[in-house]
Design a protein around this ligand. Structure first.
Ligand code: C5P
Length: 237
């Protein structure tokens, strides 16, 4: 019997016969403004599952430990069960979004060195910004965990900046989540899709990510399909 364990903003997690394996269902749903804007977007679950599966397979091939096992249908994948650190790990290569509004910087300013931020995952508290000493004080993770998380995030940034560049896109910023497996191994979890990163076209800086929905610029699914098709071409899939 499969049981719904958790329903997030765009995904559901179901139990499987193996207690260490979960089934993820990508839904045709988008939210923004912390859930205040919410819509059904036909085809989004399917395309995000494909994009995230391709990216996780690519990261695994490049020695990044992850929770991903395999894609099992158009909108489902199997993942290893992890205990998630309640942290959102954000890396920014170029100023955009909240960095621009918070610090009054024009979108598009390229940083000499990536900007690294952490947020405490909490719907009630609206995911507040958190620094390392605060995370340690709250016993969210150990110093070793945080070092490992940032080491892996930097590797993911290098790998994906290069991959997206080959596909004609600039990786502006992205959010990662990490967790630990049953045996304590720290792994990359959640998903990697245009829902949790910003991608700009290399030629004309066109938005190829969820900002299309957040800012009501156009239809989301065709934009995500373009990202998928460009990735497939580069990865020969
Ligand atoms: O909104 P902000 O500019 O801080 O977002 C930075 C990056 O993190 C963006 O790529 C955004 O899609 C992602 N993000 C996310 N989930 C959140 C907050 C941000 O995926 N809750």
């Amino acid at each position: 019997m499969s049981e719904l364990l958790y329903e997030g903003k765009a995904k559901q997690m179901w139990s499987t016969e193996d207690e260490n394996v979960l089934r993820v269902v990508y839904m045709d749903q988008a939210t923004a403004l912390n859930g205040k804007k919410k819509d059904v977007i036909k085809g989004k679950g399917h395309v995000n599952n494909q994009i995230s599966s391709l990216i996780f397979e690519y990261l695994i091939k490049n020695d990044i430990p992850t929770h991903f096992i395999k894609k099992i249908s158009e909108n489902e994948e199997l993942v290893k069960k992890v205990k998630i650190f309640p942290l959102e790990i954000v890396t920014r290569n170029v100023a955009a979004g909240h960095f621009s509004t918070r610090y009054g910087v024009e979108e598009g300013k390229k940083f000499n060195k990536p900007v690294e931020e952490m947020y405490f995952k909490s719907d009630e508290l609206d995911d507040p910004f958190i620094n390392e000493s605060q995370a340690l004080a709250l016993e969210i993770a150990t110093k070793e965990d945080l070092n490992r998380i940032w080491d892996l995030s930097r590797k993911v940034n290098a790998l994906l900046t290069d991959l997206f560049k080959q596909a004609g896109m600039k990786l502006v910023d992205f959010k990662l989540e990490f967790g630990t497996l049953e045996d304590g191994t720290l792994v990359l979890a959640d998903e990697f899709s245009p829902d949790n990163c910003r991608l700009w076209d290399l030629e004309d800086n066109r938005h190829l990510d969820k900002d299309v929905y957040r800012r009501d610029i156009g239809d989301l699914t065709p934009v995500y399909e373009e990202v998928l098709n460009r990735l497939k071409k580069v990865l020969n899939k």
